[in-house]
Design a protein around this ligand. Sequence first.
Ligand code: MEV
Length: 305
Amino acid sequence: MKKISVSAPGKLLLMGDHAVVYGHPCIVTAISTRLAVTIEEMGSGGVQTDTPGVADTRFITSALETASKRWGKPLAHMRVVTRSEFTDTYGLGSSAAVTVATVFALQQFLGKPKTIKEIFDVSYEAVLAIQGVGSGFDVAAATFGGTVCYTSRKPIVRMNTEPIPLVVGYTGVKADTATIVKDVAGKRERDREKMDRIFSACAQLVGQAKIAMEESDWKRAGKLMDFNQEYLRDIGVSSEKLETLISAAKGAGAYGAKLSGAGGGDCMIALAPKEKRKAVEDAIILAGGQVIHILPNTVGARMEA
Ligand code: MEV
């Protein structure tokens, strides 16, 4: 009986949060936290699922339905099983990871060779069917891996980075991404000129950060993160807790720090010199945050043994 296992990584948005929803580029890195999907052939029956560690199983259903419709294959006689390294709380991209892993596993299971771009397209469609909003940056990270400069619906630009000296702090507050993205859209409706000016400025920062990161100029990249955070604060998506953790990290010697993702909670990120890393982590903990140990710039969706 056929059995296929695929895993896909989570993500952290390094630069360009929110602006990416409006057609600007962002920088996103795939992280070491992964989610695996196994599809096993069964003698009979429909599609069975056993999905421990998956907070929202609608993404699996959507992935299967979207792929089956797109590839013209009715699904039956299979069991879909997950294995997750994510906790539901951090906002590290588990929904995109489970969607991409399911689509990729199904493609392998059906034996239909597809390009990696097709895996991305089907996964993004499946995610949008559930979330309604989203630039697809998380789907790009889960599919392609590495650290990429991503503009919605455009080919990704892979970045050459040395290990990124990233520190990640969780606020303890789960953010409601879809609501925050819709709030920002409402603000843009009310003052389009101001918001678009801010998003264009963020896009400039992303361009500069791409160069700084590829040159391993972490001091400059940190400064650019600080500027990005000022704009995110301006559009009203930061929070007191995020600001506290960001200040703590910078006070302890980080090159720069910002929120990562939609804001309102979830995680902040900092770039820290090696000799200050421990001090920055301690400062985040002292300020009431939780340090999350992940590696950035990891491999994208891949087959598992
Ligand atoms: C949310 O994690 C990041 C946003 O830029 C939304 C998106 O790009 O889908 C706010």
